[in-house]
Design a binder for this molecule. Structure first.
Ligand code: DC
Length: 234
């Protein structure tokens, strides 16, 4: 069966990665968390004191950054490696969340990440989540979903996720971070977060994970089916 690209875009912490991961595993597709790539770049920039106003420094630094995903059979997770080092836990910390949107507005950073993401998905058969997948990375994605949820729900979900990793963060701090990132992500010059015209809207405020996964799988199945019917008719 012809493999497709499923693009999941939307605001921070509305369940994109959880949904994308489950959809990918259901379809036997690869899952690519593009936010993790921007987080890994942010970690590198912070560790190497890269100035965001110095394009040459940025270009040099990007030349030294290799971001990869490796499957960990113990956790069944795809974990992020920065230059060969597992940074999965480090990049989820609040100090990275507080800087990542500023790093992701830098055009050089976006160009480098988008090129890598396009390479990762060139054989199709991927579920990719992020902010600009359906608009800039794969504008030709067969299925596009734009996810949203009210900010209080998102902040509570994020707090639970952090608690699971033994990080206790105040709800207001999380909410402020989400709102700030949403603002920067949606108003930046280069490929801002916006709903693609052909994206299905998915508001997860009152949905369970199973319902979200079902929604995406149903859109994928109906695309694959209508494609097959069109092929049979020709
Ligand atoms: O999905 P996330 O919250 O881990 O993403 C972290 C940040 O990375 C997000 O605030 C904006 C940026 N990002 C982006 O600009 N483009 C993407 N495709 C994915 C994430």
């Amino acid at each position: 069966m012809k493999k497709i690209v499923i693009a999941l875009d939307g605001y921070s912490s509305c369940g994109k990665s959880t949904t994308a991961k489950l959809v990918a595993s259901e379809l036997g597709y690869a899952y690519i968390d593009t936010g993790a790539m921007y987080r890994a770049v942010t970690l590198y920039f912070l560790e190497h004191h890269v100035s965001l106003t110095n394009p040459k420094e940025i270009r040099d630094a990007l030349g030294h950054i290799e971001v990869e995903f490796h499957h960990n059979p113990k956790t069944s997770r795809n974990e992020v490696f920065l230059n060969g080092l597992n940074v999965e836990d480090e990049i989820r910390k609040m100090y990275i969340s507080n800087q990542v949107s500023e790093v992701s507005v830098v055009p050089e950073v976006r160009h480098a990440m988008v090129a890598q993401q396009q390479k990762m998905g060139r054989k199709r058969g991927v579920v990719m989540d992020g902010r600009d997948i359906g608009t800039a990375v794969f504008p030709d994605a067969e299925v596009k979903i734009f996810m949203t949820a009210d900010v209080d729900t998102r902040a509570r979900r994020r707090q639970d996720e952090l608690l699971e990793k033994k990080q206790l963060v105040n709800l207001d701090e999380i909410k402020e971070n989400l709102q700030k990132r949403d603002h920067i992500d949606s108003t930046r010059q280069e490929s801002p977060l916006r709903r693609a015209e052909d994206a299905h809207l998915l508001d997860t405020s009152h949905m369970t994970i199973d319902e979200q996964v079902e929604f995406v799988l149903e859109k994928a199945a109906s695309h694959i089916l209508s494609n097959q019917m069109a092929l049979e008719q020709n």
